[in-house]
Design a protein around this ligand. Structure first.
Ligand SMILES: NC(=O)C1=CN([C@@H]2O[C@H](COP(=O)(O)OP(=O)(O)OC[C@H]3O[C@@H](n4cnc5c(N)ncnc54)[C@H](O)[C@@H]3O)[C@@H](O)[C@H]2O)C=CC1
Ligand SMILES: O=C(CO)COP(=O)(O)O
Length: 368
């Protein structure tokens, strides 16, 4: 079992945006690591209940949170509170990030920025933007260049039980990745730093689509060979797409890559896997999503990803099959059969960094 906590060198003031499963679990982890934690929720009921009972009435319901974690809201946090923070941690689904950062922008002092840490795993529908894109659009390239992405195999309900867990922490600024890592690092929670935020955030977003595929296969009663095939060929697709974005192919071998892909393709704790499993068993997508009670980012990411793939000359047949099952009402069993009937191809190939890489570098004001 993990040792007892180590006190951080610096007691940080942290504001967590989002009080769902992951926001609450990280608020708990940081509170237990002796930081001062504020967690913003849009629900007045949640804020009131949390501050009175130290429990979240909607997520991780059985868990008792440390008293140093306070809920704030439902209004957007006031500028004075935001300006008093060392760390802003964003744990809201990707489709809400633009709205949140747009509201945040007027409160920022660019001369004295806090650490910005993002844990969402998705692609924006419509714009098919990555979070790094959204940050550059809303808060400017100064913030995007120091933003840090924390991602990896980390189910919220296992973190609150202090199961030994490791994640990737990446930023274009190595200094900010180090600082973010030191805020989170504990004997039960190891952080590995890196300088490929595009790869880390894409890996986290894309693996959700393949977790849906793996769930579908299990729902159709396929066995272990099939899951291993989907994980491996899914990883090949993820690496190919990532490389087009200018990510390092090695990042897909990291905790954020194969680590999280393996976790969520092989566990019913994953919401994305569960969506796939229930589709494989014949349920309708709407009924599944309505009854999940929590976000499965792969559902929207499959749509954003289809828009990306339409734009690129890249082959990602598993991702396309998932999209067709989700959005074109294609029959799951026949799409699985079609995938197995594709022509045989060379196993490993990587395209060069392409159009998305050049567009993102330009937006960040970085050399192409
Ligand atoms: N649950 C987990 O184990 C992990 C989740 N993540 C990622 O973290 C992100 C959040 O996931 P969860 O907390 O699990 O989802 P959740 O569905 O449990 O909670 C999402 C929270 O965000 C709030 N929210 C939604 N849209 C919002 C908006 N526009 N503005 C403000 N708040 C908004 C919701 O009210 C809810 O409180 C997702 O991208 C997910 O992929 C990453 C690692 C692990
Ligand atoms: O990303 C996760 C764990 O690392 C959580 O996966 P789900 O969103 O599929 O539940």
């Amino acid at each position: 079992m993990p040792e007892s906590r180590s006190s951080p060198e610096h007691r940080a003031r942290v504001l967590v945006f989002g009080a769902g499963n992951f926001g609450s679990c990280l608020a708990d982890h940081l509170g237990d690591s002796a930081h001062d934690v504020f967690m913003w929720s849009r629900s007045a009921r949640l804020v009131e209940h949390f501050n009175s009972h130290h429990r979240n009435p909607d997520f991780l319901k059985d868990h008792v949170f440390p008293e140093c974690v306070k809920a704030v809201g439902p209004e957007f946090p006031p500028a004075e509170l935001i300006r008093s923070m060392d760390v802003l941690l964003f744990a809201i689904p990707t489709q809400g990030v633009r709205e949140t950062l747009t509201a945040l922008k007027p409160t920022l002092n660019l001369q004295n920025l806090p650490l910005f840490i993002f844990v969402n795993k998705g692609i924006e529908i419509g714009t098919h933007a990555l979070t790094l894109d959204i940050i550059a659009d809303t808060c400017g390239p100064e913030v995007a260049k120091v933003a840090t992405f924390l991602s990896g195999p980390s189910f919220a309900k296992e973190i609150v039980r202090r199961q030994p867990t490791s994640v990737s922490v990446a930023s274009l600024s190595p200094e900010h990745a180090e600082k973010a890592s030191s805020v989170f690092h504990q004997p039960w929670f190891r952080c590995y730093t890196g300088d490929d935020p595009i790869g880390v955030e894409l890996a986290g977003a894309l693996k959700n689509v393949y977790a849906i595929a793996s769930g579908i296969a299990d729902g159709l009663s396929f066995e272990n060979n099939t899951r291993a095939m989907l994980i491996t060929r899914g990883l090949a697709e993820m690496t190919r797409i990532g490389t087009a974005y200018g990510a390092s192919p090695l990042t897909f071998l990291s905790l954020a890559g194969v680590g999280d892909l393996f976790l969520t393709c092989s566990s019913s704790t994953s919401r994305n896997y569960t969506v796939g499993y229930r589709l494989g068993k014949g349920e309708q997508l709407k009924d599944i999503v309505d009854s999940l009670g929590s976000v499965a980012e792969g559902v929207s990411t499959a749509k954003g990803l289809k828009e990306v793939l339409d734009d690129l000359d890249l082959s990602a047949p598993i991702a396309i099959a998932v999209y067709e099952v989700l959005y074109e009402d294609k029959d799951v069993a026949s799409r699985a059969k079609d995938l197995m009937s594709l022509p045989a191809v060379q196993e490993l190939d990587l395209p060069c960094a392409g159009k998305p890489a050049r567009r993102l570098m330009k937006k960040l004001g970085m050399p192409l």
